[in-house]
Write a protein of this length. Structure first.
Length: 723
């Protein structure tokens, strides 16, 4: 194709706060409007903020008070140097190419990931649902607490936690911080505060706080987080926070309130300008760090209100706003959500993203609207190139977002791959994306249907000498594997496992020790049952042999009493690092899996996962067996129950029940643990039964049948054995 013109962005440097003139190249037909920033007074309390105006000036707003619960004093120093050879996961899907692959995993293999040697090793409770992918950084020096491998967790209750990533016994946060301040009217946004086009908005089930995956700048010792809060009863505010990795303290100039304007006559335009509206904008994609900027993208809640797809770019050091992009300045919609994946960045810093249903006129001279489009932008967010499917009108009319997944930049090639609700993956040449063809998509490298439903989980890749393997798991279907033959995807594998009916299919990550055979594992999480679109559903984590997808190495339901994590964390892929798998959940907890010795009731040499009360002298041997005696009722009849409370969760191994022996009383009793229920046993005189081993705090004893002539059994004692 002929060389295409670049829609250049306009860099506004040193503009006055008010009345700054547009640069000659920055006419009102441009959707890109970079800005400078300044600090000034505004609503919401004292603090700095940055935002763009239609004239190139800045409206300074401010931030509310932040309540922190850091366990150590503020520090201006960054994290300590991580040990050489250890794995970091600092951003969504591992890297800015969004490969989803950790190719330095030396501990987990297809031989040792099995129900007998791999499972849940600990959980960490948090104060809300986790939508963000957990991030991992080894070797962080925490003031007063030494050096730790750290996993960072962000919640929908506007909190950030730093936990020890490796030690099951380190159950307290190294630090935590909350951005809420109820005493001063700063509270979480509720799901009922947004998305009114759908009645009661249910795509999100509870609070809306930190929805996107943060990003870490290891060199600067900073983690960047975007939090949404409700203030002054009805105001909704987004803030970009730059936090010290070692303490959770705000960096100088942090936080800043997110705001922007661009020239345009599209939805919401007033006086030829479109203002960013935090009420209708949904900060769903992961934050992206590249080109010295923190990029933050937005979509909508259930297509509600006069929304657009936005990307805001802030200086990573000063948090001054530098660039702004709106993908439909002359139209409507075009949300950028990509099921939570971040923007993709190539080796020269260009930016790739996919947009949702919205106005498209890119095929018309001077067109600036790019709904349902695969976009390539310059670092300052000027449009360089784009691809829009031939059936864009059909996609828009059916709410079949092209942008329901993110862009994968295939390593070692010039290819980009992405797909959407239409069920197709599009393989594009990053040097010539292909624009739009009214008849079909024959101008691009390849379009291939991978599911009859939506694609939400972005594709991932394993780079092998024999060819690159790409994996994707759409709705209502199987996990599929494709080999890149030259520039064409050809299916080479499929799991026997099918995702349950409904959204969203499988969220994927890959671990391998480079190209070493027997080390490639595809990790997938999806609903265990039902549709997670507008409901919280139980989840499952699975491990597949990446070289043979018919082989399920392990899943969290093979020993559900031990490994179940609770509710599925929608759109959050597993994080695999240093022999551990970190999983976001909607059960207000982080679940951590790893290798362990499950040959006895003592797991991993310390204690049962997420439990207390296990007394082990060494790696699973010896462990001390304890007993707890509970006072039963003097007599029981059929249907009577009593509860034995162990005080905390223990590993229950058995119960001993003594009933009246002198008059030959017999009966059947059921002993129910927290999980799973125990079977019914016949009881005669002094009876001891094996129950478990299973984690439980409570043992409920119910008389099912029996009794003497007076229809009751006298109960003399009840004892529980446990670790």
């Amino acid at each position: 194709m002929a060389e295409r013109p670049v829609l250049t962005a306009c860099l506004v440097v040193g503009c006055a706060l008010a009345g700054a003139a547009l640069l000659p190249s920055c006419g009102n037909d441009k959707a890109v409007f970079p800005t400078s920033s300044s600090t000034g007074a505004g609503r919401g309390g004292a603090g700095g903020a940055s935002g763009a105006t239609g004239t190139g000036g800045v409206v300074a707003t401010s931030s509310s008070t932040v309540t922190a619960s850091s366990t150590s004093a503020s520090s201006s120093t960054g994290s300590g140097a991580a040990p050489a050879g250890t794995v970091r996961v600092l951003t969504s899907h591992n890297d800015n190419a969004r490969t989803g692959a950790n190719l330095q995993e030396t501990q987990l293999t297809t031989s040792n990931v099995s129900v007998s040697t791999f499972g849940l090793i600990f959980k960490r409770p948090v104060d809300g649902e986790i939508y963000a992918q957990p991030l991992v950084l080894p070797g962080v020096s925490i003031p007063g607490q030494g050096v730790h491998d750290v996993v960072f967790v962000a919640t929908m209750n506007d909190s950030v936690y730093a936990f020890d990533a490796a030690d099951p016994a380190a159950d307290k946060p190294l630090w935590s911080v909350s951005f809420l301040d109820p005493a001063n009217g700063v509270t979480p946004v509720d799901h009922t505060d947004v998305g009114w086009a759908c009645g009661t908005y249910m795509d999100i089930s509870g609070h809306i706080g930190i929805l996107s995956t943060p990003v870490i700048d290891e060199a600067a010792g900073t983690i960047y987080v975007v939090a949404k809060t409700k203030e002054n009863v009805t105001d909704q505010v987004y803030r970009l926070h730059a936090l010290d990795l070692t303490t959770g303290a705000e960096r100088p100039g942090s936080p800043v309130v997110l705001s922007a304007q661009v020239p345009g006559e599209g939805d919401g335009s007033q006086g030829g300008m479109i203002a960013f509206d935090p009420v209708v904008e949904n900060q769903r994609p992961a934050i992206t760090l590249a080109n010295g900027l923190v990029y933050i993208a937005f979509s909508a809640y259930c297509d509600t209100g006069l929304y657009h797809g936005w990307v805001l770019g802030y200086d990573a050091k000063t948090l001054a706003q530098q660039v702004v992009f709106n993908d439909t300045p002359g139209g409507e919609a075009g949300g950028i959500w990509m099921s939570g994946q971040g923007l993709s960045i190539d080796e020269v810093g260009d930016v790739y993203l996919l947009t949702g249903n919205g106005t498209f006129d890119g095929n018309i001279a001077g067109g600036t609207n790019f709904g349902s489009t695969f976009l390539k932008l310059s670092p300052d967010l000027g449009v360089i190139d784009w691809f829009t499917p031939y059936n864009v009108e059909e996609l828009n009319e059916g709410d079949l977002d092209l942008g329901s997944s993110g862009a994968l930049l295939v390593p070692g090639t010039s290819l980009a791959i992405g797909g959407g609700k239409g069920g197709y993956l599009y393989v594009l040449d990053r040097g010539d994306l292909g624009h739009w063809n009214s008849a079909d998509d024959s101008q691009i490298v390849q379009s291939i249907q991978v599911t009859n439903a939506h694609i939400h989980g972005s594709p991932i890749v394993w780079d092998l000498p024999t060819g690159k393997l790409v994996y994707v798991w759409g709705e209502y279907g199987h996990l599929n594997g494709y080999q890149l033959m030259g520039t064409q995807l050809q299916q080479v594998g499929q799991s026997a496992v099918v995702a349950p009916d409904g959204m969203p299919g499988g969220m994927l990550s890959l671990s391998a020790n480079g190209t070493t055979p027997g080390t490639g594992i595809v990790w997938a999480t999806h609903p265990l049952t039902g549709d997670a679109n507008q409901a919280v559903r139980p989840g499952i984590l699975q491990a597949f042999d990446a070289a043979d997808l018919t082989k399920v190495l392990w899943d969290s339901q093979q020993n559900a009493g031990r490994d179940d994590f609770g509710n599925f964390g929608k759109f959050a892929p597993p994080t695999v690092a240093n022999g551990k798998v970190y999983l976001a959940t909607f059960s207000n907890q982080l679940a951590v899996y790893g290798l362990a010795d499950y040959s006895g009731p003592c797991y991993n040499g310390v204690q049962d996962p997420g439990e207390t009360g296990v007394d082990c002298g060494g790696p699973c041997s010896p462990c001390t067996l304890h007993t707890t005696t509970c006072a039963p009722p003097a007599a029981m009849t059929v249907g009577d129950s009593f509860l034995c409370d162990l005080g905390t969760t223990r590993t229950v191994t058995g119960v001993a029940l003594s009933v009246g022996c002198t008059d030959g009383e017999t009966g059947t009793f059921k002993f129910a643990l927290d999980q799973p229920p125990a079977p019914t046993f016949p009881v005669t005189c002094n009876s001891t039964f094996v129950v478990g081993p299973a984690p439980s705090r409570y043992v409920t004893t119910t008389m099912e049948s029996g009794g003497g002539a007076d229809n009751h059994i006298s109960v003399q004692s009840f004892t529980v054995t446990h670790y």
